[in-house]
Design a protein around this ligand. Structure first.
Ligand SMILES: C[S@@+](CC[C@H](N)C(=O)[O-])C[C@H]1O[C@@H](n2cnc3c(N)ncnc32)[C@H](O)[C@@H]1O
Length: 285
């Protein structure tokens, strides 16, 4: 039988004596949509999937809530038509594109402009005025903002839109930096393009839509004036890269996916990196 060393760079991973096409055919043959054994991923297989994802996709699953991740892995197992988690782990190892597909399913990217409008109203009416006046009182010429888990840019761009539409005068005296971070390169590419489907815009005030977007072929294109206010960075929040000093941190709808110990560690890092009077904004959930 032929041994196929598909991923030569992958150390500590066993090679499978079967071609990827054959393996896919085999699992599809065995697929029974009424069997729900995929919902239950044995610990050993889960550990193996974690190892494969780390080695082949550079993605560290430890730290994320197991139940939540397992549910999504099960959904992927079902959608590729695998008979069991064990078979799926083989596919993950053999099929070059599968690790990236799975990572895409594991990191939820849902976002919207002005998602949970009350948060943005509070930022506009209370938080930004306080932060700007703090800067001016201290004679500090800059305000540093970070958006962690920024997805395709809707959140940091919403901040930029508020600042440009309501704080132009303050920004002539205080330089504002908006740094947006996500682990997923693909969403960051979308963020850099800044072209959005209408469903991403339904919480955005219509005056903002009219003034800062152009509508072309049914999509909303953000004007360069706002795009240029945000810098995007690909970074894994769970790796202990130092966070720079900042005045405002948004980390919304990211912590909910993490294990408690990682939530606490991240919150401590946020606290350490916030300057006196700095603000942390979390998601509604
Ligand atoms: C549900 S979205 C939230 C988007 C936005 N903050 C919002 O609330 O609308 C979660 C984002 O967190 C990112 N993310 C998940 N784990 C991450 C990590 N370890 N480091 C950086 N970003 C991460 C995901 O890629 C995803 O884009």
């Amino acid at each position: 039988m032929e041994v196929v060393p598909i991923f030569s760079s992958a150390r500590n991973l066993v090679t499978i004596p079967e071609s990827p096409q054959r393996a896919m055919q085999r699992v599809k043959r065995n697929f029974n949509p009424l069997r729900d054994d995929t919902a239950d991923i044995p610990d050993q297989v889960y550990e193996r999937i974690c190892r494969i994802l780390k080695t082949l996709g550079g993605f560290q699953l430890h730290g994320y809530k197991n139940a939540c991740i397992k549910r999504r892995i099960s959904a992927r197992i079902r959608s590729v038509g695998c008979a069991s988690a064990r078979d799926y782990a083989d596919i993950l190892l053999q099929n070059r594109s599968e690790p990236a597909e799975l990572i895409k399913m594991l990191t939820i990217h849902v976002s919207k402009f002005f998602r949970n409008q009350n948060t943005f109203n509070k930022l506009r009416d209370e938080i930004f005025p306080t932060l700007f006046s703090g800067c001016m009182q201290e004679g500090r010429g800059r305000l540093d903002i970070q958006s962690f888990g920024c997805s395709s840019g809707e959140e940091p761009y919403s901040l930029a839109l508020i600042l440009r539409s309501s704080f132009d005068h303050e920004m002539s005296q205080v330089k504002v930096s908006i740094r947006a971070v996500d682990i997923d390169e693909e969403v960051l590419r979308v963020a850099a393009e800044a072209v959005y489907d209408p469903d991403r815009m339904d919480e955005a005030p219509s005056v903002i839509k009219k003034r800062y977007f152009t509508l072309q072929d049914g999509k909303y294109h953000l004007v360069p004036e706002i795009r240029d206010m945000v810098s995007f960075h690909c970074q894994d929040l769970l790796r202990s890269v130092p966070l720079e000093g900042c005045d405002l941190i948004l980390c919304r709808n990211v912590l909910i996916y993490l294990e408690r110990s990682h939530q606490e560690a991240l919150l401590k890092r946020f606290a350490d990196s916030l300057r006196g009077g700095g603000i942390l904004v979390l998601g509604k959930t």
